[in-house]
Design a protein around this ligand. Structure first.
Ligand SMILES: Cc1cc2nc3c(=O)[nH]c(=O)nc-3n(C[C@H](O)[C@H](O)[C@H](O)COP(=O)(O)OP(=O)(O)OC[C@H]3O[C@@H](n4cnc5c(N)ncnc54)[C@H](O)[C@@H]3O)c2cc1C
Length: 284
């Protein structure tokens, strides 16, 4: 197996084209454990962490650009980014341990396409778009359309994600992310729940986006809960509807972390709690 660390996007694209049996990586916190568990080794591994635009965080013209290879620790710790997207920062700050967060990237979290990936629901509720490079040029795609099932993505051969773009939030709007794991840390989500809520001065919700992780083959939007929120106060009646809608959106697996019934039950509880948290932040 060969290792290359290109210094530019063009150089990485050339390398990808030169060897069909190649793959890009950033932190390698998914791909190395997978190879140790039997995933075939590619002939060429292309390290994306030496490409400057892929390890930068910037905000210009009210749009944040987060390099796809930026380590999670910098996303969780960037105070300006955290002030705009506390939920996204929370999701990055929950990945693994300090060691893992010093390597793990958003690009890897999204492209590994685990149903339980923590940052994916948080990226989806913030309408994050992936900037995708290929020899044909750049294209953008909503993060919600990247994973197509466990371990599979809609990216074509020869493509990789350079960065994620997210518009700055509107006033009185905020996000939040919560997950439930069987231990206190270092585990994969039984359920992850993200919400972005916009409130008006009268205390009604004017817009809402809710997404759940680990309850279906890919992260799911809970549009029925979003409809129940829009134009309404966040009272017991609305919260009851949110819980029911979240449970109805679930199509989970049974595994050692939780049965289908348990995950479905937890999804309702987390959806309710994450909406309350995001709404509290939006009111401030
Ligand atoms: C001990 C441990 C604990 C963990 N805990 C969590 C957790 O709590 N929550 C969680 O969500 N995950 C967790 N993970 C999984 C992993 O750390 C994350 O998914 C991480 O974000 C992956 O990022 P990476 O840069 O290391 O990915 P890599 O391993 O570098 O890549 C993963 C996959 O994505 C592809 N890829 C990487 N970057 C790009 C790109 N820019 N464009 C296209 N394809 C790309 C690679 O080819 C590979 O298939 C854990 C892993 C370990 C080992």
């Amino acid at each position: 197996m060969k290792y290359e660390a290109p210094k530019s996007i063009d150089e990485a694209l050339e390398l990808l084209e030169s060897e069909p049996d190649s793959c890009v990586f950033a932190g390698a916190t998914d791909i190395i454990p997978q190879m140790r568990s039997g995933r075939p080794e590619p002939k060429l591994m292309i390290d994306l962490k030496c490409i400057p635009e892929m390890v930068q965080i910037a905000c210009e013209n009210k749009v944040w650009t987060i390099g796809a290879a930026v380590p999670a620790v910098l996303i969780a710790g960037d105070s300006a980014l955290k002030s705009d997207f506390p939920g996204l920062a929370e999701s990055a700050g929950l990945i693994g341990s300090d060691q893992i967060q010093n390597r793990a990237s958003l690009g890897g979290n999204v492209c590994n396409a685990s149903p339980a990936a923590d940052t994916v629901p948080a990226l989806i509720v913030n309408n994050a778009h992936a900037v995708i490079a290929s020899k044909g040029g750049m294209r953008t795609l909503p993060v919600a359309l990247i994973a197509t099932g466990p371990g599979s993505t809609s990216l074509n051969a020869g493509e990789f994600i350079v960065a994620f773009r997210i518009e700055q939030p509107l006033p009185h709007s905020a996000d939040a992310y919560l997950r439930f794991i069987p231990r206190t840390e270092m585990d994969i989500a039984v359920v992850g729940a993200a919400a972005r809520i916009t409130m008006d001065k009268a205390g009604n919700c004017t817009d809402a986006v809710i997404a759940l992780g680990a309850v279906a083959p890919t992260a799911v939007r809970v549009t029925a809960a979003e409809d129940a929120l829009r134009g309404n106060p966040i009272d017991e009646d609305t919260l009851t509807k949110i819980m029911a809608a979240a449970r109805a959106a679930c199509n989970p697996i049974d595994d050692k972390r939780g049965s289908k019934e348990y995950r479905t039950q937890v999804a309702g509880v987390l959806a309710k709690r994450v909406v309350i948290e995001a709404a509290d932040r939006a009111r401030k």
